[in-house]
Write a protein that binds this ligand. Structure first.
Ligand code: 13P
Length: 252
């Protein structure tokens, strides 16, 4: 069974609420007839307005991070329930920029995954090796640690709301996209890890997205790979034309 493609935009720390509304009001009509599942994760402050602008379209709005606790004395933090109330239907967790700049660990990411799934959010769990790990041939070791750690004690029932994003750190924002073959080999390994944990049937239903310098012209070749079910797009999701072209490139 071929999974329906997912094209997700991670806007990182770009765009205000007003800019998000402007983007979505032009972008949504362009992708209206697409069969692809489209996700957009704006900054926290734009979620509410983006969700309102996306209402009635097939675009899902989500967040780029959250705190694992539901509420508490955690100055500056935001919970799963809060992003959900603002209109988020998914959350990106364990992004390499969170791991690198904010010292997130697999244990911490695992707590967030549990909390998000409990709140009824779809989780996009990001994994991927750094350049030095890639050079040392440690990719599979890193992926095993991140998948097993991030999904520790996540039940099969909960895993049904899970999406994995393979984002090799050396490909993020560098213009250096992984070749379809290289990405496929990492995706196939992730599928194997998911099969070990959840069995073949469920593992075959979990979408695995590729992320790292995704561009319109490279999307069709990536999407042809059997274990690549979509893309998580950074820079190219900030422009209406390029993001719409990536969506078009992912359409069968
Ligand atoms: P770029 O597409 O800008 O390389 O970013 C990828 C990414 O980090 C998506 O989460």
């Amino acid at each position: 069974m071929k999974l329906n493609p997912i094209i997700a935009g991670n806007w990182k720390m770009f765009k205000t609420g007003k800019e998000a509304v402007e983007f979505i009001s032009v972008f949504a009509p362009k992708v209206k007839n697409s069969s692809v599942d489209i996700y957009i994760a704006p900054p926290f402050t734009a979620i509410y307005q983006a969700a309102a602008a996306a209402k009635g379209s097939s675009i899902l709005i989500g967040a780029q991070n959250m705190h694992a606790e539901q509420e508490g004395a955690y100055t500056g933090e935001i919970s799963a329930g809060m992003i959900k109330a603002a209109g988020a239907e998914f959350v990106i967790l364990g992004h390499s920029e969170r791991r690198q700049h904010f010292h997130e660990t697999d244990e911490g990411v695992n707590l967030k995954v549990k909390s998000a799934l409990k709140a009824g959010l779809i989780v996009i769990l990001c994994v991927g090796e750094m350049q030095s790990e890639h050079d040392q041939g440690l990719t599979e070791e890193v992926l095993r640690r991140q998948i097993e750690g991030g999904l520790k004690d996540i039940t099969a029932e909960e895993a049904a709301s899970l999406v994995i994003a393979y984002e090799p750190v050396w490909a993020i924002g560098t213009g250096k996209t992984a070749t379809p073959e290289l990405a496929e080999s990492a995706h196939a390994f992730i599928r194997k890890l998911l099969t070990e944990q959840y069995g073949e049937k469920l593992a075959s239903q979990i979408s695995i997205l590729y992320g790292g310098s995704v561009k319109p012209e490279l999307t069709p070749d990536l999407m042809e790979m059997p274990n690549i079910n979509g893309a998580l797009v950074g820079g190219a999701s900030l422009k209406i034309e390029t993001f719409a072209a990536i969506v078009a490139g992912a359409t069968k």
